[in-house]
Structure formats: structure tokens, C-alpha cells
Design a protein around this ligand. Structure first.
Ligand code: NAP
Length: 324
């Protein structure tokens, strides 16, 4: 068992590292249990062009290295492993990595979410080389090209319509004849001349060696296979928050997303905060995740200060370059 720390951050994506940066600069000496596969969803993203400050764009993994290094510069300590169990029943909170127990007065949960994958080997091989999970991030790379969007929910419809701003043709492939999407979004897709809806089809294989060239579809009812040439495959079949370890302790939605008090990162357990995609199924952007990581660090600092009967420096210091 280790000494009680002020703060443990669980998760190593934009939210976790931003929380660690702010917490380290507020002298909270955070331990970041960043996960064995740290970096989050950006590690399977190629170019990131919508993160403010990178005027020429940046590779997703490179950006996560930068995030990580920046928090480390101010003293964030990393444990590159997965949390296996937590106990939030009382303070200090307890967090285990295997048999090793870590304790802290405050915890920030920033374990993110994972885009659902089709689960095909070729899909994995061509990730970042035509296969993508975020149309908002990547659609602009497909100007004048042909794209397949797979999925039948609101995300698929919204992403298909958004992608037509750039691509010449967008084919939505869905496994059932009925769409799960709300009627208004389905109608919007149906009315768009650049969009073709193909049902009921599943994507059976992703074609291409170094770069995606198309997909092989199979008709669900007839079993007939068909190849479709494409430059991009946008997988939009939903996300799963990484919250299994926390569900016994923290309020959550039916879908597993953690619930925070509106306008804050506070969970139902005082001293436990949630930031990033783990509590946001709407925006899901690196910049919004980083923003909520910053909020969580400020919330944690204020909480710890209140426990110690002092004012939080983050809230009392001027909000300029000398500030928090
Ligand atoms: P979703 O509603 O869970 O829809 C996922 C879609 O992917 C479903 O059509 C599902 O098919 C399909 N799918 C799942 N696994 C698949 C697989 N292995 N192979 C092929 N297809 C598969 O997810 P979402 O569209 O990301 O939406 C998530 C939440 O965010 C929803 O509550 C949604 O309303 C909300 N959202 C709202 C907006 C908006 O209002 N503007 C925009 C985006 C998202 P089945 O239908 O057959 O199950």
C-alpha cells in the first residue's frame, strides 16, 4: 500500500493529460494511471487538423505524446498500466493495479470511450489509412472522393450528411432495412442527392493493401456478395464508454456513460470527478475532452482546498499567463 496522494487521474487521453497538467501545476502531485495502451482514440487517428494551436495539423499519436510530455514537465507521474479495481466507498479512495493499491483524496476518471469496430482484421490493418471512426475529424480529407459510411443510427446519418460537404458520393450501408436514426436525420440523408442508402448489407471485408480501395458487402437476406469501390470507410456504429470498473460506485446512464452535475465534472461521490468522453456522448472531440479535463482538475483542487480549509489557488489566482 502506498502513501495517500492528493489526486489520482485514471486514463491517458486528452482529458486525463489535461487534468494532469492543470493538477500538476496546482501542486496536486497527480499520479496518472494512464492505461497500458495510453493515448486513447487519437492513437488510431492519422492527421488531426481541428485541434486549436496546431496550425499545420498533427498526427494523433504525436499530439498525445505532446500532451503527455507537457504534464510530465510539471511533475505528473505516470503508471503505464490498467486499473483493475476501485473502491470509492470512503476517502481516501482506493485504486488497484493488480495487487498494488493506490490511495488518494480525490480521483478524476478520464477513461474515455471506444468507437465500436466491425471486428474485421482488414479494418484494423487500414485504420488511419482509409478506415476512420470520426467523420467530423476526417471528412475534409475526402474532398471529391467516394466514401462508405456504415451504421444506421443518428451518428451514421449525421456523419453521412456532413461528409457530403466534401465527398462526391457517400454510400450508407446498414444491416437492417429499418434505420435506428431519428426520422428527421434519416429524411435529411434520404433527401441528399449525394447519398445512397444500401440495406440490408453488412461490410464483410475492407479492401486494399496500404490504402483502402473499397469494401466487400454481403446482402443479409440473399447472401449475395458485392464489391464497392471507395476511398474511405467511416465506421459509425456507436461508442462504448470505458466505465465497467465504476458502475457500482458512480451514477451512470443506461448506456454506461457517467453522469456529472451539469456545468461541473462532479459525480455523485464527492471527491470523484469525471472528464472527457466517459461522460460525454455528444461532442466527443479531443478539444472538448481536454477542456473537461481542465475543469476536473480545477474542481478537484477546489474540493481538496475545501477539505483542508483553504482557498483554492486556481480560483483565486488571476486567469492570465501567471495564473492556474
Ligand atoms: P447507435 O444509436 O447505437 O446506433 C448504432 C448503429 O450501428 C445502429 O444502427 C446499429 O444497427 C449499427 N451497428 C451496431 N453494431 C454494428 C455492427 N457490428 N455492424 C453493423 N452495424 C452495427 O449509435 P450512434 O448512432 O452513435 O448514436 C449514439 C447516441 O447518440 C444515440 O442516442 C443517438 O441518438 C445520439 N446521437 C444524436 C445525434 C443528434 O441528435 N444529432 C447525433 C449523433 C448521435 P442496429 O440498428 O441494427 O442495431
Amino acid at each position: 500500500m502506498s502513501d495517500v496522494r492528493k489526486l489520482i487521474v485514471i486514463g491517458g487521453g486528452p482529458a486525463g493529460y489535461a487534468a494532469a497538467l492543470y493538477a500538476a501545476r496546482a501542486n496536486l502531485d497527480p499520479l496518472v494511471i494512464e492505461g497500458f495502451q495510453w493515448g486513447g482514440q487519437l492513437m488510431i487517428t492519422s492527421d488531426v487538423e481541428n485541434y486549436p494551436g496546431y496550425a499545420d495539423g498533427v498526427l494523433g499519436p504525436e499530439m498525445m505524446h505532446d500532451f503527455r510530455r507537457q504534464a510530465e514537465r510539471f511533475g505528473a507521474e505516470y503508471l503505464t498500466d490498467d486499473v483493475t479495481r476501485v473502491d470509492f466507498s470512503e476517502r481516501p479512495f482506493r485504486v488497484w493495479v493488480g495487487d498494488d493499491e493506490h490511495r488518494a483524496e480525490a480521483v478524476i476518471v478520464a477513461t474515455g470511450a471506444t468507437a465500436r469496430q466491425l471486428g474485421i482484421e482488414s479494418e484494423r490493418r487500414l485504420q488511419g489509412r482509409g478506415v476512420t471512426y470520426c467523420a467530423v475529424c476526417d471528412a475534409a480529407f475526402y474532398r471529391g472522393k467516394e466514401v462508405v459510411v456504415v451504421g444506421g443510427g443518428d451518428s451514421a446519418m449525421e456523419e453521412a450528411v456532413f461528409t457530403t460537404k466534401f465527398a462526391d458520393k457517400v454510400t450508407v450501408v446498414h444491416r437492417r432495412n429499418e434505420f435506428r436514426a431519428s426520422q428527421i436525420l434519416e429524411d435529411r440523408a434520404r433527401e441528399n442527392e449525394k447519398i445512397e442508402l444500401m440495406t440490408p448489407y453488412v461490410v464483410e471485408d475492407v479492401l486494399g493493401d496500404d490504402k483502402l480501395t473499397g469494401v466487400r458487402l454481403r446482402h443479409v437476406e440473399t447472401g449475395e456478395a458485392q464489391e464497392l469501390a471507395a476511398d474511405g470507410l467511416f465506421v459509425a456504429i456507436g461508442h462504448d464508454p470505458t466505465t465497467a470498473l465504476f458502475l457500482d460506485w458512480l451514477d451512470h446512464e443506461e448506456t454506461g456513460y457517467l453522469v456529472t452535475r451539469p456545468g461541473t465534472t462532479e459525480t455523485n461521490v464527492p471527491g470523484v470527478f469525471a472528464a472527457g468522453d466517459v461522460q460525454d456522448h455528444v461532442y466527443r472531440q479531443a478539444v472538448t475532452a481536454a477542456g473537461s479535463g481542465c475543469m476536473a482538475a480545477l474542481d478537484a483542487e477546489r474540493f481538496l482546498a475545501a477539505q483542508e480549509g483553504r482557498l483554492a489557488t486556481a480560483l483565486t489566482a488571476p486567469r492570465d499567463e501567471a495564473g492556474s
